[in-house]
Structure formats: structure tokens, C-alpha cells
Write a protein that binds this ligand. Structure first.
Ligand code: FDM
Length: 212
């Protein structure tokens, strides 16, 4: 077993447009880490299994209407309701691979025209990821992959705006990966970055908070 019992897990976030491959890369990373004997869980936001999550799900399915600010705050609340569990898991040594996080929150809402600083405010105090992996794919290429469902944001014109918002959010700590490469190549690059991060966290890197 190559896990130190007193060391913490890493908070690893995958971001990117719809159809950029986040979900399948998350599960590949999960299997890889598990195979090495690490404790690992895959999470996804929005978590549709909570009361707040049900409201979000209904909104995304166009079954309910909500003011843009109100839905933004629900997405944020959906992260807040999982914050303490997240911290417990990390401190007990479990690495979390999280498919979408606060960056999706800000990118999608600011793509609708909401002020970016206003969008960030409710995220302040959530746990900061140890690593943000951005799966970079032009919106046109993502759309060509097909499989957009019928949910509210799954339209090319809107995805272009989201791509632009993500660009405004990037900071030097993000790892940008070309999601147009073959899946195995993307996986290889992600795996290397994740292993570095997991090691740094095991070696005592402190947990920190957004927004820094
Ligand atoms: N989304 C996701 C947001 O608008 N804000 C958020 O905070 C999060 C986490 O919800 F279109 C959007 C992104 C996407 C939709 O996400 C549902 P999934 O990954 O398809 O479940």
C-alpha cells in the first residue's frame, strides 16, 4: 500500500465545455488511481441527488424557469451543501476527482451576462482545487462530437460564450490539455499531472479556499 495513513487526498477538478470528454477522463483517472491502491471517489456537480439538486435538474430540463441570479445561487448552494463532506474525505486521505466545480458556475452564469465578480462571490470559502484540468476543445469541434442532449445550455451559440468566459477565468495554475487529441493521449497527459498533484498533497500541501 503506497498511501500514507496520515496524508490527505487531492482535490482534482475537471472543467471544459459539454462533450469535451470530462466524464470519460474522470472515470479513467479514477480507475488508474484505484489500481495504484489510492482511495479515490468521483464526484460531479451539479449533484442532482439533493433537494437543491432536484431544483437544478428541473431547471436544466426546462421544466421550471428561474431568474439567472437565483439559479446561479442554487448551483453554488449545491457545492456548499457538500463542502464539509468534501473536507472530511480529503482529510481522511481520499482523493476526489470532481467533474465541474465553481469554474463551471462562473463560466456558465457570466456567459448569460451576469457580472463575473458577482458570480464569484458565493464561491468564496469553498475548498480550492489542488489541480484544475481544463479539457480544451473548440465549441465547433465539441458540437461535431454530437450527443448534445436537450438540456438548456446544450447549444453551440451558448457554448461559444461559455468558452469565452472560461478564457477569462484561466489562471496560470490551470493545466490546459488539448482535448482534441486521441483519448489515450489525453489520459496520459492528465495522469502525469494528477500523479504530481497527488504526491504534493500527500507530502503535506495545505488545503486552501477559493477564491485565490
Ligand atoms: N452548470 C454546472 C452551471 O451552469 N453551473 C454550475 O455551477 C455547474 C456545476 O449545468 F450545462 C451547467 C453546466 C451544464 C449543466 O452539467 C449540467 P452536467 O455536467 O451536464 O451535469
Amino acid at each position: 500500500n503506497n498511501r500514507k495513513s496520515n496524508s490527505r487526498g487531492a482535490l482534482i477538478v475537471l472543467e471544459g465545455l459539454d462533450r469535451s470528454g470530462k466524464t470519460s477522463q474522470s472515470s479513467r483517472l479514477h480507475s488508474y488511481l484505484e489500481g495504484l491502491g489510492y482511495l479515490v471517489e468521483s464526484w460531479h456537480f451539479p449533484d442532482r441527488n439533493t433537494g437543491v439538486g432536484h431544483m437544478i435538474s428541473s431547471y436544466l430540463a426546462n421544466k421550471s424557469q428561474l431568474d439567472d441570479h437565483a439559479i446561479h445561487l442554487l448551483f453554488s448552494a449545491n457545492r456548499w451543501e457538500k463542502r464539509s463532506l468534501m473536507e472530511t474525505k480529503l482529510r481522511s486521505g481520499t482523493t476526489l476527482i470532481v467533474d465541474r466545480y465553481s469554474f463551471s458556475g462562473v463560466a456558465f452564469s457570466s456567459a448569460k451576462g451576469l457580472d463575473i465578480e458577482w458570480c464569484k462571490a458565493p464561491e468564496v470559502g469553498l475548498l480550492a482545487p489542488d489541480l484544475v484540468l481544463y479539457l480544451d476543445l473548440p465549441p465547433e469541434k465539441a458540437a461535431e462530437r454530437g450527443g448534445y442532449g436537450g438540456e438548456r445550455y446544450e447549444q453551440l451559440e451558448f457554448q461559444k460564450k461559455v468558452a469565452h468566459s472560461y478564457q477569462l477565468l484561466h489562471d496560470p495554475s490551470w493545466k490546459i490539455v488539448d482535448a482534441g487529441l486521441p483519448v489515450e493521449e489525453v489520459e496520459k497527459q492528465l495522469t502525469e499531472m494528477v500523479m504530481d498533484c497527488v504526491t504534493t498533497c500527500r507530502n503535506g500541501k495545505a488545503l486552501s479556499q477559493l477564491w485565490s
